[in-house]
Design a binder for this molecule. Structure first.
Ligand code: ADP
Length: 361
């Protein structure tokens, strides 16, 4: 455990509460904590900018800012510093939201005890340290994947071109066994090429334009459905798209990518005859939930647990071509938007993929 003095910023407009925390910590652990106090969000930010703090204890009902704004002001401006939110008993729901918005922990003001406060502070510091380390490692892994995929791209293209040239220049004189080998070479390089492109897209997903905007989902879904015709045989497919679809806030290219992957899978994993695909959406509490449903081959319960893992595939390449990256990619995008993605499916009957995105506040 870290034994150096921890410096706390208490952002709390209620004098009694702030003093209670300061005095109970000093009594229980003299000299372990030093604290400063701000009575508004703006004063807290000013102090954060002028001094180094290890933890922020943050009241969410401040005079100059609403709960979500208050928290995001601190977590976005000082992403390395853990935040413990101070709530009241009746704010259990708010406390849960606070964790989703980036707080490390919360403390109920009505049952404040020194040991509980100390534990929350220590946990928040430990959690933040682990989270930061994981984020760094994740970033390094993504950079590594990006470099490797990038380095693979051009030699792979040369191999593919070479095979195509052999095939072309040999013409009819090529023997059947050799032709088989060349075809295998072309197919394998094309598959590797698709994989490299998907890894590149995955590694670059954090870098692509992440500016959030209000996305009108109606035209977006229709445009994606139209674009599927270029890749898949969708003739005769019955698309049932709810109208209007609720709009949502997000990074447009990323949300488009998710819609594209889910709709492409709905097409790919449904037999051409009698294929029906629907897109619906509804509001549930503070989220919009979008559902893409097909009447295709379905996914067994064991496989449903694994389909979001990168590279997990149920079928052989010859049955259904693919790389196994698409759903992992979607999961990353949706989670970065503060939402969730899940599957409901029955083998032989069809699949419903759903994802939620926070409602515009
Ligand atoms: P890919 O389609 O390239 O294999 P994905 O990550 O998009 O990769 O999907 C992972 C696996 O989940 C697929 O290989 C497939 O077995 C299964 N899957 C995804 N969507 C569906 C669907 N709509 N119906 C049936 N199976 C699906």
């Amino acid at each position: 455990m870290d034994t150096r003095q921890l410096s706390l910023l208490i952002v709390e407009d209620d004098n009694d509460h702030a003093e209670l925390i300061q005095s109970m910590l000093e009594r229980k652990a003299p000299g372990v904590y030093k604290s400063e106090r701000a009575t508004s969000a703006s004063a807290g930010v000013e102090l954060m900018n002028s001094k180094d703090f290890d933890v922020i204890l943050l009241d969410l009902s401040l005079p100059d800012s609403g709960p979500e704004n208050t928290l995001k002001t601190f977590t976005e401006a000082f992403p390395m510093i853990p935040v413990v939110v101070l709530t009241s008993l009746e704010d259990e729901k708010l406390a849960q939201h606070a964790i989703e918005w980036g707080a490390q922990d919360y403390l109920d003001k009505s049952t404040m005890r020194a040991d509980i406060v100390m534990r929350a502070i220590q946990h928040s510091v430990d959690r933040k340290r682990i989270q930061t380390k994981l984020e760094q490692q994740n970033e390094e892994l993504k950079n590594f994947a990006h470099t490797v995929a990038h380095e693979f791209k051009s030699p792979l293209q040369s191999i593919l071109t070479a095979f195509c040239l052999i095939e072309e220049s040999a013409g009819d004189s090529i023997s059947a066994p050799l032709k088989k080998l060349v075809t295998l070479g072309v197919q394998s390089s094309e598959r590797l090429s698709a994989l490299v492109n998907d890894i590149l897209a995955f590694a670059e997903s954090d870098l692509t334009d992440a500016t959030t905007e209000t996305i009108d989902m109606d035209p977006l879904v229709r445009e994606v459905v139209g674009s599927l015709q270029a890749v898949y045989d969708v003739e005769g497919t019955e698309f049932e798209i709810q109208s209007p679809l609720p709009s949502v806030r997000g990074a447009r290219p990323q949300i488009r990518q998710v819609m594209h992957n889910l709709l492409a899978n709905a097409v790919k994993y449904s037999p051409r005859e009698g294929r029906k695909i629907s897109v619906r959406a509804e509001t549930r509490e503070n989220f919009v939930v979008y559902e893409i449903e097909d009447n295709g081959i379905g996914i067994s319960p064991e496989n449903q647990k694994r389909i979001f893992e990168p590279f997990f595939r149920v079928h052989r390449q010859e049955e259904y071509p693919g790389t196994g990256i698409g759903l992992g990619f979607c999961k990353g995008i949706i989670e970065r938007h503060g939402g969730d993605i899940w599957v409901e499916s029955e083998l032989g009957k069809g699949t419903k993929m759903s994802f939620s995105l926070p409602l515009e506040s």
